[in-house]
Design a protein around this ligand. Structure first.
Ligand code: TYD
Length: 138
């Protein structure tokens, strides 16, 4: 798993003069079975979220409202994604360090997750994450 496995997934958009509609069907649009949904909101200006990686967890991150940046890193490369459309999801595979910042006022970050919340799935220390990556290469 590397940064190359992370990608933007375009979601359907039903355009209507009374308002647009986007839907997500797990089998069609999400490359994993969704076990949990959570969302970030009321994020103060200048705040940074994330700052961790996951051993197993896969996620699809959607800027449901407003915008924010997602910075991904696999230990050798880093890539910044600016999410500002409700019909784009960013797929994040396991073993990717992520930071979310540059939240606009009123931004809502929806996350579809492949596993239930499990603190033992987190790398919260960057050095631990780097060591785990080195262990994988052996
Ligand atoms: P965390 O994943 O660190 O948030 P972020 O990556 O957005 O900065 O989680 C923040 C806190 O919320 C932490 O104490 C764990 C808790 N939490 C849950 O209890 N359940 C969940 O599904 C999530 C995502 C977090």
């Amino acid at each position: 798993m590397s940064l190359a496995d992370c990608r933007i997934i375009q979601l359907p958009k039903i355009v209507n003069s009374s308002g647009n509609l986007t839907f997500i069907e797990t089998a069609r649009h999400v490359p994993f079975e969704v076990k949990r949904v959570y969302y970030l909101y009321d994020v103060p200006g200048g705040a940074v979220r994330g700052g961790h990686a996951h051993r197993q967890l896969q996620q699809l991150i959607v800027a449901i409202s407003g915008s924010f940046d997602v910075l991904l890193g696999d230990g050798s490369q880093r890539q910044r994604f600016h999410l500002n459309r409700s019909y784009y999801g960013l797929y994040v595979c396991p073993m990717i360090w992520r930071e979310l910042d540059n939240f606009s006022s009123g931004a809502v970050c929806l996350v579809l997750a492949s596993e239930l919340y499990d603190e033992s799935d987190y790398y919260r220390d960057y050095t631990d994450f780097q060591n785990a990556l080195k262990g994988q290469q052996k």
